[in-house]
Design a binder for this molecule. Structure first.
Ligand code: UD1
Length: 333
């Protein structure tokens, strides 16, 4: 199949590109490099030992999106492109809604115009809002706590409505839990601009000495050690979930949603200790106030993806910590 990856140079997109190429699919990457670096493209080619076409494109630009679809005879789209920083989205809601919603609408319009019927969308566990109960199942209530989350929520709705109106369409919504780790080659991984917001990239920078200590946001939650519990998943496992989702979308019409997580919750302190042990490094930390908008516990019931997609996360926490550290040490190379 020939699959377009919007935002394919990003963290999850680049790992998915590698898995799709390894499985024999052809890919086209479209990215405006607003939050990624161009050398990622060569690194994907180096790992996969295969070539593919790159478009430097902003999917919020309807004309450019149409032109890409006119040139490429695509079978499917995996739509990763979007802004993704929670804090920034609270300061720039208009930019977040405009970019994240426009790009989805443009991709869908071009798909309809050029007869491309299959789309897999990067959604997030953020659409569960403040969970009333864990583990989270796909049919539990959804809501959000920030504009970034609402763009995921609204995009899910847009895609569902499109699947209803266009009976030939197949829409797969993937709700990611907390992706961490990196490709085992150490060639691609997460490389946030500036000081990281997310836990694992922050820990990795503390371990190198670039940041003095980790601030743990609260130890008074109703969890086993008081720190927040999340479902961390290796990004390569997540990438493999997309491969299964694409295969599923080719055989099924309509819209379907799947959690992609491990189903296991780790606390912040669990992660600090796991990282120290796996990599034989020290991660100094201090307990500070809770971060506004954080929830105590968020982890998946991933049994639907297992049953229907035949997918299960395979990599354990030691591998996640080792691969994150290996990548962190390579980032400047
Ligand atoms: C956040 C977003 C989620 C997004 C995900 C991955 C929300 C509410 N959260 O998830 O949508 O998909 O990032 O990009 O929308 N922590 C610290 N110190 C730090 C950083 C984090 O103690 O310096 C703690 C947090 O309080 C939390 C855990 O580590 O308990 C994980 O935080 P983080 O990596 O930021 O992910 P989430 O907030 O779960």
């Amino acid at each position: 199949m020939k699959i377009l990856l919007t935002g394919g140079a990003g963290y999850i997109g680049s790992h998915t590109a590698v898995e799709l190429l390894a499985a024999g699919h052809d890919i086209v990457i479209g990215d405006n490099f607003s939050n990624s670096k161009k050398d990622v493209i060569d690194r994907i080619k180096q790992i996969a030992k295969r070539d593919f076409k790159l478009y430097e494109i902003d999917f919020a630009d309807a004309k450019a999106t149409d032109e890409l679809f006119a040139k490429e005879d695509l079978d499917a789209v995996i739509h990763f492109a979007g802004y993704k920083a929670v804090g920034e989205s609270c300061k720039m809601p208009i930019e977040y809604y405009r970019n994240n919603i426009d790009s989805t609408l443009n991709v869908l319009s071009s798909m309809r115009k050029y007869g491309v019927k299959n789309i897999v969308f990067s959604s997030s566990a953020t659409v569960y809002g403040v969970p009333k109960q864990v583990p989270l199942k796909e049919d539990m209530p959804t809501s959000c706590t920030n504009p970034y989350g609402w763009t995921k929520y609204m995009n899910e709705q847009i895609l569902r409505d499109t699947a209803t109106a266009e009976p030939d369409f197949s829409v797969v919504l993937l709700r990611y839990f907390n992706p961490i780790g990196a490709h085992e080659s150490g060639l691609i991984g997460e490389n946030p601009n500036g000081v990281p917001n997310n836990l694992m990239p922050y820990i990795a920078k503390v371990a190198t000495g670039e940041l003095p200590k980790l601030n743990i946001f609260g130890n008074d939650y109703a969890t086993k050690d008081g720190t927040g519990v999340r479902d961390y998943i290796h990004v390569v496992d997540l990438a493999k979930g997309h491969l299964k989702a694409i295969e599923y979308s080719c055989k099924n019409k309509g819209a379907e949603v799947f959690n992609l997580g491990t189903g296991v919750g780790y606390s912040v302190l669990d992660i600090v200790h796991a990282f120290e042990e796996a990599n034989n490094v020290k991660v100094p930390y201090a307990i500070v106030d809770r971060r506004p908008g954080d929830v105590a516990e968020c982890y998946s019931d991933a049994s639907k993806a297992h049953k229907i997609l035949g997918w299960t996360a395979e990599k354990n926490m030691v591998q996640m910590c080792r691969d994150s550290w290996n990548w962190q040490q390579n980032i400047k190379l």
